[in-house]
Ligand binder design. Structure first.
Ligand SMILES: Cc1ncc(C[n+]2csc(CCOP(=O)(O)OP(=O)(O)O)c2C)c(N)n1
Length: 309
């Protein structure tokens, strides 16, 4: 789990630099700070289990096993990417690893995951599906429709909300009614829990219970993981709406440092081993960047490939 979180952080740092250097088109939304949620949940999923992600989805994809090289190529708009470089960061789809994709539609992954869970149930498979979404999606009517159906049909789906306190540049308390959004799941009789989303062990424990329930016919679960995005809404956002002290306090809970400290405390790792592992994942990311830089952009005829209308 530590390696996965280190890989995600390294990928995100690299993407930030590439974007600033004009190597990535469009907007990119980074998940640095939120790694524990993706890794805690995905560490328990099999490769044929499914995830559906959102616009801040690099971490979910990497945690689910999506290839670093092909992802980097896609983010950089190269032909060797998952979608021939035409979709970019907002459209990373990797069926081999049960990744139903990232999407720019807030809450858009929620029905996809529930649909996949419905298919798994109808086909008598023991697969589960997890939908990752931000707190902004809590105010989408879609979420309530899907939660209702998932509860009625006891679908093997996990609703995983990454509550990072902001939707774009607006604080959650300015747009989201109610004391604790966890009650929104409880309203449908869905087992719902608020989790420390900066603690990968806590996320994994909550996810384990939810996944076991889903696999054994117990239906959906709803996890609200409280976390923080270290960056802005997208790279380039000046973040003047953030409180500096609050941002510093969240940094003290850094999920990677926290797990590292815990491993050292229990004699399961050493500082040197952790640093060596970081160097290893950094090298993996740099190899991915070099390969992507050497790869071509999509050709003109690629634009018409897979068009059916
Ligand atoms: C249906 C829809 N409405 C609005 C937007 C514009 N939009 C893009 S990201 C975003 C905020 C999302 O916030 P949240 O779900 O909390 O995720 P976070 O960015 O905090 O991870 C909004 C409103 C959109 N992409 N899709």
């Amino acid at each position: 789990m530590l390696r996965q979180m280190q890989l995600i952080r390294s990928f995100e740092e690299a993407v930030r630099n590439l974007y600033s250097g004009g190597m990535i088109p469009g907007l990119v939304h980074l998940c640095a700070g939120q790694e524990a949620v993706a890794v805690g949940v995905c560490s328990l999923l099999n490769s044929d289990d499914m995830i559906a992600s959102n616009h801040r989805g690099h971490g979910h994809c990497l945690a689910k096993g999506t290839d670093v090289g092909r992802m980097m190529a896609e983010v950089m708009g190269r032909r060797t990417g998952y979608g021939l470089g035409r979709g970019g960061t907002l459209h990373i789809f990797d069926a081999t690893h049960g990744n139903l994709g990232t999407t720019g539609i807030v809450g858009g992954g929620i029905p996809l995951a529930a649909g996949a869970a419905l298919a798994a149930k109808r086909n008598g498979r023991s697969q589960v599906a997890a939908a990752f979404f931000g707190d902004g999606a809590l105010n989408q009517g879609l979420m309530f429709e899907v939660m209702n159906m998932a509860a009625i049909w006891k679908l093997p789906v996990l609703f995983v909300c990454e509550n990072n306190g902001f939707g774009e540049f607006t604080a959650i308390e300015d747009v989201t009614a109610g004391v604790n959004p966890v009650v929104r799941g409880q309203a449908f009789d869905i087992p719902s829990e608020t989790v420390d989303g900066m603690d990968v062990i806590a996320v994994r424990a909550a996810a384990e219970e939810a996944i076991t329930r889903a696999r054994t016919g117990g239906g959906p679960s709803f996890l609200i993981c409280n976390t923080y995005r270290y960056g802005g809404h997208h790279v380039g956002d000046k973040q003047d709406y953030k409180d500096d002290d609050e941002a510093k306090a969240w940094r003290l809970k850094d999920p990677i440092e926290r797990l590292g400290r815990r491993l050292i405390e229990f004699n399961l790792a050493t500082e040197e081993k952790i640093s060596a592992q970081q160097a290893e994942v950094d090298a993996e990311v740099h190899t991915a960047i070099d390969a992507a830089k050497a790869a071509p952009f999509p050709a003109g005829e690629d634009l018409r490939a897979y068009l059916y209308a």
